[in-house]
Design a protein around this ligand. Structure first.
Ligand code: GDP
Ligand code: MG
Length: 175
């Protein structure tokens, strides 16, 4: 195991599904409750890379402070990867991405790898007209800002592991 700390931060408006995404990736399930937790939470996971090597990543979740935009720089410090999450059924969460990205850049590593995630695809499949941000809009924003991009459903587990895998491989390459 390499002795490097691979830190990933989860960012985006309250309610977009950050905690669900983290739980889905780390535990393969949905959180037991929806209560906002106190302070910053993080989970660690040992990841096997494509070349067979193993690294440990720590993934930092926010714990409701994003509601008040009161996230401390400590949250971002040393991050070499980030998942920027929005809800494809809530336009505002997409519009706020630029601000999240700016905050991230103030404190994360210079070469931080950013992954854009449009979450809640299951809602769109179940309810017609619930989609408010098209996949093309997501892709365009990602291309403009040099982000990886994927749409996910943390609810079903769709594309969650692959987002983290791509992000971590890229972080590993850049280190
Ligand atoms: P956070 O505030 O960004 O951490 O968001 P949460 O992970 O707490 O999720 C907020 C709410 O959105 C939860 O009550 C979930 O029920 C719901 N949610 C999260 N991910 C999904 C998803 O992929 N699909 C659907 N339908 N709901 C989701
Ligand atoms: Mg949360």
């Amino acid at each position: 195991m390499e002795d490097i700390n691979y830190k990933i931060v989860l960012l985006g408006d309250a309610g977009v599904g950050k905690t669900y995404i983290l739980n889905q990736y780390v535990r393969g399930q949905q959180p037991k409750n929806n209560l906002p937790t106190i302070g910053i939470e993080f989970a660690t996971k040992t990841v096997t890379l494509q070349d067979g090597g193993k690294i440990q990543v720590s993934i930092w979740d926010t714990a409701g402070q994003e509601r008040y935009r009161a996230i401390t720089t400590n949250h971002f410090r040393g991050a070499s990867g980030a998942l920027l999450v929005y809800d494809i059924t809530k336009e505002k969460t997409f519009e706020n991405l630029t601000r999240w990205m700016e905050e991230l850049k103030t404190a994360a590593n210079k070469d931080v790898v950013m992954f854009l995630v449009g979450n809640k695809t299951d809602l769109v499949e179940r309810q017609t007209n619930s989609r408010k941000v098209t996949k093309e809009e997501g892709q365009l924003f990602a291309t403009k800002n040099q982000l990886f991009f994927e749409e996910t459903s943390a609810y079903r587990g769709t594309n969650i592991a692959s987002c983290f895998e791509k992000l971590i491989e890229e972080m590993y390459i850049r280190k």
